[in-house]
Design a protein. Structure first.
Length: 135
């Protein structure tokens, strides 16, 4: 799939797509780390914000930003940026595994399906020129 990106999207390289996927992973990891770090914050104690999980979460966000910038240098933002929506899916699926307060329900599954369908529509739209259809 990644190798055919250059043919599908001539202005987006496979490297750009892979960098955006890595950005998505670092963003998701950063969100999980920040959630874990938030659990260690003690109200009224400013230094509790500087716990290891908060620091690692912010570092993961920083790496994600660098990866996104590198990705956007060699690709179309309309193709690459929607890949970040995968982080919503990852967080919805992974957070219940790490946090007992998080859970999945029918509405969250519907949301995941909508995100996946939306990404599919965006890809389909990128494959076809205006007025062009697959049928």
């Amino acid at each position: 799939m990644v190798h055919s990106l250059s043919r599908r999207y001539p202005h987006t390289t496979s490297r750009a797509f892979l960098l955006m996927l890595a950005c998505t992973l670092f963003t998701s990891g950063g969100q999980l780390l920040l959630k874990k770090g938030a659990q260690g914050i003690i109200p009224g104690q400013v230094f509790s914000y500087a716990n290891l999980f908060v620091i690692l979460g912010l570092a993961a966000y920083g790496v994600a930003a660098i990866l996104m910038i590198a990705s956007l240098r060699s690709g179309e933002v309309s193709i690459l940026f929607p890949v970040l929506a995968v982080s919503y899916v990852l967080i919805a699926l992974l957070s219940p595994l790490f946090f007992s307060t998080d859970s999945m329900n029918a509405w969250k599954w519907v949301g995941i399906i909508i995100i996946i369908c939306s990404l599919s529509f965006l890809e389909w739209g990128g494959l076809n020129s205006p007025g062009e259809t697959d049928g």
